[in-house]
Design a protein around this ligand. Structure first.
Ligand SMILES: [Zn+2]
Ligand SMILES: [Zn+2]
Length: 226
């Protein structure tokens, strides 16, 4: 399935690449009315090689690498619509939809357009919490869209995020109102490693003996979520 994201990041479009995918979208449009929610029902695959290397615990669980990801969606509790793609080929598309589904637990079907023998199905993630504009950005649904963020008088508080390689927890400042991270805050410039560990300890309500323990802490957090 080919995924295209609109320039203004308001909607995304699925374009079938096989007869089977064409049939899936026809079935979807015959069963689901525009503006209905498709509820995220989890994914099959993928674990690319680099995730296996970087997420603690996956190797030990014998998780195998896999090149394609299938996202599954429920409608009326039983109908399951699936979006499958190779992550290597279409990383932006399928991973992008997975981020929406993971954050908001659903996607919204907007309708199918017929185009000279082919079809395209349009979706969105939801509406900005403040201005109500369509958006595919989970941060806009949970907090506010980029346009509304421009008008936000930020109130930053300590928060955390994972480093891109999943190996560290990073101390950040995040605005309580718009949910965005303070780009000017650099914890390493202000606090020692031990001070950062103490702050993260307080934030996450767990015990961190030293900064070197943080990678284990990520594993513990993942366990807690399962
Ligand atoms: Zn907005
Ligand atoms: Zn803000």
């Amino acid at each position: 399935m080919k995924v295209e994201i609109s320039d203004k990041k308001e909607t995304f479009t699925l374009i079938p690449e096989t007869i089977g995918e064409y049939g899936d979208l026809c079935r979807l449009s015959s069963l689901v009315r525009p503006d209905e929610n498709l509820i995220y029902a989890g994914r099959r695959g993928p674990i690319p090689e680099e995730y296996l290397e970087n997420i603690p615990g996956l190797k030990e669980k014998n998780v195998k690498p896999c090149d394609s990801m299938t996202l599954r969606f429920k409608f009326d509790n039983d109908f399951i619509f699936e979006i499958t793609d190779e992550i290597v080929k279409n990383n932006e598309g399928v991973d992008f939809i997975r981020n929406i589904a993971w954050s908001t637990h659903k996607i919204i079907f907007l309708g199918v357009v017929n185009l000279k023998g082919n079809i395209e199905a349009n979706f969105t993630a939801g509406y900005c919490k403040i201005c109500n504009n369509l958006t595919v950005d989970p941060a806009a649904i949970l907090f506010m869209c980029d346009e509304c963020v421009q008008k936000c008088v930020h109130e930053y508080e300590f928060s955390w995020k994972r480093s891109d390689d999943f190996k560290r927890l990073i101390l950040v400042e995040r605005c309580d109102k718009c949910g965005r991270i303070n780009p000017d805050f650099d914890a390493d410039n202000i606090y020692s490693s031990e001070e950062q560990a103490r702050i993260l300890e307080g934030l996450l309500n767990i015990s961190v003996k030293s900064y070197a323990d943080l990678p284990d802490l990520i594993t513990d957090l993942k366990k807690g979520k399962e």
